[in-house]
Design a protein around this ligand. Sequence first.
Ligand code: ADP
Ligand code: ZN
Ligand code: ZN
Length: 725
Amino acid sequence: MDTFETVEVLLDVPLHGTFTYLAPHALPAGTRVQVDFRGRKQCGVLVDGVANPALDPAKIKPLAAIFDELPPLPAALLRLIDFVSAYYHYPKGAALFTALPTALRVAQAARLADRRAWALSAAGLADQPPARQRARLALWQALQDGPQTIHDLRAVSAQAPKVLGQWLEEGKAERAEPPSPELEVADGPPLNAEQQAALAAISDSFGRFQPWLLQGVTGSGKTEVYLHLIACALAAGRQVLVLVPEISLTPQLLQRFADRFPVTPIAALHSSLADGERLQGWVDAWQGRAGIVIGTRLSVFVPLPRLGLIVVDEEHDGSLKQQDGLRYHARDLAVWRAHDAAVPIVLGSATPSLETVANVEAGRYRRLLLTTRAHAAASLPQVRLVDTRLLRLNEGLSEPVLAALAKRLQKREMSLVFINRRGYSPVIACPQCGWTSGCKRCSSKLVLHLLQRVLRCHHCGWEEGVPRVCPDCGNVDIQPLGEGTQRLESAIQRLFPEARVLRIDRDSTRNKDAWDEVYRKVHAGEVDILIGTQMLAKGHDFGALSLVVVLGADGGLYSADFRAGERLFSLLMQVAGRAGRAEHRGEVLVQTQWPEHPLYLSLVAQDFDGFATRELAARREAHFPPAIFQALLRADAHEAHEAEAFLGQFKAEAAPWLGEVALFGPAPATMARLAGRERMQLVFECADRRALHRCLNQALPLLERLGRKAGRSLRWSLDVDPTEM
Ligand code: ADP
Ligand code: ZN
Ligand code: ZN
């Protein structure tokens, strides 16, 4: 007779710990179940653990259902979730359910396509149908060569499902694993010397943990190196995980992979998939059927039993960090996974994050450079700064820019006008002498709040009045940076009425059809001037762009956000990379009031390393990441004082055990008001990552207690290694 035993279950609830239920028999960790929790049916996942001995055995409820249509979730996934929960100080159940596809989060059996194949049993093989049973004979013959999918058998005869159902009952047919196709790799261009060196070094590290930075400008042939590495991994029978930013997971990229590996099943996981499709891709990867998984940040959780290599393309890209709920960084988790699975990981970028650069400097990651454009004909574009201080502007456009556009129109070449419209918080600056509104108490910039007429520090909370003249040189023409890009689009169309202008916006990038239409127009030569924002920066090959104009870049030069310069540089390098991909050398014009700014000088020289060295030194000087580690405690409420009181109370009670951790704030968030809620924040900083985490562990129970005590409108969250403040 079965004995009942207790099991520990993780649920999708914002509570730490596991919940105890009764199981009819022993069940392995990773089993998906249904339970009654607070009067509702919920999905749960079993994990190892022991029941709280204080529980009254009479009150422990039995599991409501056990789902066995899939094997238990693999141990590697549960290990990853353990790490995620500990590192991000996030409840383990909620973390696990974030990682699962929606179809596995619900208290229902998963519905999966039948991926298995049919084979003849010994009895079936011995029993050849007579010639007059044409369909049966054809199916029987088709199965002589080994297992076949129902899809292939249907092509032999439409009666396949019916006949095989019968044969199954008669013991003549049985279910089997489909044969895995032989690896087939289509030819790519022969690699140049640098690409070969990169390929050799990285493939030499197969079978052990080694992070690599593959650094090279757009078009230097990084993807080509990935494709060769993937071929090596597939040939060794391993699976490959490829993470890409949302913006670059385009049909063109997927097609490039599918063309190179024509028979390898590829699971492409992106946000526009229906739940069923996502589940299928996820399960195909987990069951080892998909050789390649290519996806956006959430794909970092996909189980891969034969993982052999991880690639993170555009590793600096902001979309790899989740900005709500479980605020994980997919690149960092990918590195953890590579370590856990003892495989190499390749981080690719033209402008690596300073975190990664610091890891290279510390010897933890190894760097490989691709210094030239792989395509022999394409050379790096020429970047020029257009100093707008000395020029009359026509609707925000300078004479050199207008002339350059007119020239391209005449020559029937396509131009791109890139408008930098990132919501930088306005910092006041003097274009005459370079003064900017810095904080007197810390190394941040003060942000202009027009309504209250104050400058405010979002790091430490300092506040002061807005100066009327530049405090350094007396210039009366001081102004907020980064304004004035709003009207530019309509201005361009007005100034060039004969030009065929195509604007790329959210709508034209939302779905594949709209994108295809943009592509068709661009490649059919039906566009003279392409206008776009951040969306245009990366991933799309627009062919013959001979001119790129950059407007509104200055907003990213001085900002309250210490990462603004890094983002701006990376963006401008990518945008510049759009120019001159075809036969001729492209030209890039950047309109600016700050032509002597070192960031622009590095850009003109296309010198990322120079930029990174200077920026890292500045971060060390100012005690900003990656020189130190941060966590952000956010609180929001209907009234600012509620959020401030919560954070203030926490700060006061935490003071005795903070140790080396410094707390800054409470200060208003950069977006101080959002959706009718007032947002405040407190920054934790420490030079020692472990000390910071010890402190956060201690902070958690206090936060939960204060959170329960606070008014009902208060919400709080922790963000470890925040990228947006
Ligand atoms: P990245 O990923 O660095 O932007 P890609 O790998 O996409 O660069 O290469 C840019 C273009 O150059 C692609 O069209 C690619 O097919 C081509 N390419 C890459 N490597 C070579 C090579 N060794 N010889 C010729 N063409 C190449
Ligand atoms: Zn000045
Ligand atoms: Zn300050």
